[in-house]
Design a protein around this ligand. Structure first.
Ligand code: ADP
Ligand code: MG
Length: 618
């Protein structure tokens, strides 16, 4: 059922359900869409406010949840009830984070160190998935409020280094927030898409994505070719970002004023205020040379030069990471074709200049670095929605695609994880004499027997001219085009008869189903191999029975009584073995029958040839 919603803002009918792109960041999160009229990606924001939603969740004494700017205000005054950087906990156990517990000013549960972490607020426990879901719910509501339409589908970004558990946790958070997560996309990939990279089929580029955010630094080296993004390497520092710059400014001001850090800690409100001033100073100095502000009647001053001296060691650290990432990718700085700047902290001129110098080329910095990841996610969402037909679906096949062959076996044409677009073809033949049609059944899945896989389509190739079994050459070809549509074609090559069918390859297959199908294929791998061997043996046996039967009918007159009886007995034994579950037995019986029939088959052939020769006049 297609939903039709009316966009009150534009007054237009929206045939298609909207799919939003979400950057679920450590410090800030935001949501973006492709503007229905301009077709350009835009970050969603209310009038006169920022598109950024601080990734902070506050719980009051009654368990009410606030997310974003309002929650951020409680960071220093109610640290126990105010959760920031939940993203750092995604898919982690206490053991994974125990080195960094001092970073978290809220309570991270440490009694079961192996299992996934939870945080405690009051007498309630929240998993990182719960916390992220609160942020996602806020983003969903924001989007619905701005767009005046329900928002149920999203593409969410994660760092390239996120493992399966962390990606799954992100998906779960989306689901909990009432979002159908159509795709998890790597942040550097999204950032590249926002610059239009990867949107042209022929394009081949090596891209460095430098992402300096609020609390983390990531460098990713990507290779793009044929519309496929490949992560060559990642590196970075999970505790390095704009917050460290703010802290260094605070320290500098405290030194200037002769205030100790203990004094600062004792006065939470002052600490909060001076930190905010430091951030304001930093941002001001990205475009000016001099900052002057007032706090409690005291003047706070810092120059761009001083700030640069404070930042230099951090920049050097990020360059060391870049060197390592390049090394892991087996590349030199000059091998990089494009450098993409991501994260609010790349607005610092010193950062931009240093990175540009390191890679020996100008950096791409025209797209807003706070929004770029969400904008790229929106582009990906639009591609998934099928609105951007010129663009490749940057995807791989989630499950193998194949057809049913004799005995109900799955014959894989395009294996799972193949890049798309893709094509494959194979030749088959008929099984019976004079067979005029051939049923082509298309399946998706990893199991050896088609009955355990998912049927996508079925069609008949009809009108094959009468020929003996084995003579027709039917070429079956699979083509997955850039839109993810599978086209299956069957053609009998001798006669040219052909038939084509279009299949939506990933028709409403949910993640759970996908996962179950993959799991099943692993669990049943052993028995599948055994079944396949048995089915193949049976097919071989049946084919031999059929040809022997035909041979006997035609040539009975040329055979001795003994030969006929011996053959009949061997056929019967083979027939019986086929009904049993023992492939070795079938093989033995096939061999016996072959051994018996071979000599007289050869004899009759020789006779036929000599008769033919005799008849010919020379
Ligand atoms: P994350 O990806 O970790 O969620 P963001 O990309 O949103 O983080 O970056 C947030 C950081 O960017 C903050 O530390 C903020 O102070 C910093 N930032 C934003 N604007 C500027 C600016 N003009 N100059 C320097 N830093 C900035
Ligand atoms: Mg980010």
């Amino acid at each position: 059922m297609a939903k039709i919603a009316i966009n009150i803002a534009t007054g237009s009918l929206q045939q298609q359900e909207i799919i939003v792109g979400i950057d679920l960041g450590t410090t800030n999160s935001l949501v973006a869409i492709i503007h229905p009229e301009t077709k350009m990606p835009i970050a969603l924001k209310e009038h006169n406010s920022s598109s950024l939603v601080p990734s902070v969740v506050h719980f009051d004494a009654y368990g009410n949840v606030t997310v974003g700017e309002a929650a951020k205000n409680f960071l220093l005054t109610e640290p126990q009830n105010t959760i920031f950087s939940a993203k750092r906990l995604m898919g982690k156990s206490y053991n994974d984070i125990k080195e960094n517990t001092s970073f978290f000013s809220y309570k991270v549960i440490d009694d079961n160190t192996q299992s996934l972490v939870k945080v405690q607020v009051g007498n309630k426990f929240y998993s990182p998935v719960d916390l992220s879901s609160f942020i996602l719910k806020e983003l969903k509501q924001r989007a619905e409020h701005i767009l005046k339409t329900p928002v149920n589908k999203a593409v969410i970004t994660v760092p390239a280094y996120f493992n399966d558990a962390q990606r799954q946790a992100t998906r779960d958070a989306g689901k909990l927030a009432g979002l159908d997560v159509l795709r998890i996309v790597n942040e550097p990939t999204a950032a590249s898409l926002a610059y239009g990279l990867g949107l042209h089929k022929e394009e081949e580029k090596t891209i460095a994505v430098y992402d300096l955010g609020g609390g983390t630094f990531d460098i990713s080296i990507l290779k793009i070719s044929n519309g496929i993004f490949e992560v060559l390497s990642t590196n970075g520092d999970t505790y390095l970002g704009g917050d460290d710059i703010d802290n260094s400014i605070v320290k500098y001001w405290l030194q200037q004023a002769g205030i100790s850090e203990d004094e600062l800690k004792a006065n939470k409100e002052f600490a909060q205020a001076i930190r905010l001033k430091a951030e304001a100073a930093k941002i001001h100095l990205s475009n000016n040379d001099h900052f002057e502000g007032m706090l409690n009647g005291d003047k706070l001053i810092i120059t761009k030069e001083t700030l640069q001296a404070l930042i230099q060691p951090m920049v050097d650290k990020t360059i060391a990471s870049c060197i390592n990432a390049l090394k892991d990718a087996g590349l030199k700085p000059k091998d990089i074709n494009v450098v993409v700047m991501v994260g609010g902290s790349t607005r610092v001129p010193l950062v931009k200049e240093s990175i540009s110098k390191f890679f020996g080329r100008p950096v791409n910095d025209t797209v807003n670095p706070d929004e770029i990841v969400a904008l790229g996610a929106a582009i990906q969402a639009d591609i998934l929605a099928g609105n951007n037909k010129e663009v490749l679906l940057l995807d791989i096949t989630p499950l193998s695609l194949g057809i049913e062959t004799m005995g109900g076996l799955m014959d894989v044409m395009i294996p799972r994880n193949s890049k798309i677009p893709n094509k494959a073809s194979r030749q088959y033949t008929t099984y019976k004499d004079g067979q005029s049609g051939m049923k082509i059944s298309v399946f998706q899945g990893e199991r050896d027997m088609v009955k355990d896989n998912r049927k996508l389509a079925e069609f008949n190739l009809t009108g094959i001219p009468g020929m003996p079994a084995g003579l027709p050459k039917v070429e079956v070809s699979f083509l997955i085009n850039a839109d993810g549509i599978l086209v299956v074609k069957a053609k009998e090559l001798r006669s040219g008869v052909e038939q084509t069918i279009e299949v939506k390859a990933q028709q409403d297959l949910s993640d759970e189903e996908l996962e179950k199908m993959l799991l099943d294929s692993i669990t049943h791998a052993k028995e599948d191999i055994a079944t396949r061997a048995l089915v193949e043996a049976r097919t071989e046996g049946e084919q031999l029975l059929e040809t022997t039967e035909k041979f006997i009918q035609k040539n009975a007159a040329h055979l001795t009584k003994e030969e006929l009886m011996e053959t009949a007995a061997a056929m019967q034994a083979l027939q019986l073995s086929i009904t049993m579950e023992d492939k070795d037995l079938i093989h033995t019986k096939v061999e016996t029958l072959n051994d018996i029939s071979r000599p007289f088959a050869e004899r009759i052939m020789d006779q036929a040839i000599s008769t033919a020769m005799k008849g010919k006049a020379v």
